[in-house]
Design a protein around this ligand. Structure first.
Ligand code: CO
Length: 139
């Protein structure tokens, strides 16, 4: 498996618009995307610092994962995402090494990227996401 870089950090927020004031207005990072992910029921604002993106994740009605995180721990860093060449191949390799993934097959995440997650309880409390560049899109 080839880890290309830390592609993004996911940050759980109660309001993406409020968080944008800090990261874009106060810190001066550029907003690279504002998306609503229907499948994952998330509002996502992405701000960039160099090659690394921060994903500000606001749960919408019916979303459970970020909502639970916010309820239990409050807003804050939620996950770290490594970019790999091929998520499916990377997860197969990690399974052979004794780790398990949240989903059997990669799901479509922000920016049309295929993603999967390792389990925090197997990774020292860190939620690790793996993603790959969207097919046919250069990043
Ligand atoms: Co993410």
């Amino acid at each position: 498996m080839n880890i290309r870089k830390i592609e993004h950090l996911g940050i759980a927020v109660r309001s993406a618009a409020e968080a944008e004031k800090l990261y874009a207005e106060a810190l001066g990072l550029s907003v690279v995307a504002r998306e609503t992910l229907d499948e994952m029921k998330l509002r996502v604002v992405k701000v960039a610092s160099g090659e690394t993106v921060l994903e500000l994740l606001e749960p919408l009605e019916g979303e459970t994962v970020i909502r639970k995180f916010l309820a239990e721990r409050g807003p804050g860093i939620h996950h770290i995402c490594f970019e790999v060449d091929d998520v499916a191949a990377a997860t197969e390799e990690l399974k052979r090494k004794g780790y398990s993934t949240v989903w059997e097959e990669p799901h479509l995440g922000a920016g049309g990227r295929r993603v999967n997650f390792l389990r925090p309880k197997e990774c020292g409390g860190v939620l690790i996401e793996l993603n790959e560049p969207a097919r046919g899109v250069t990043s």
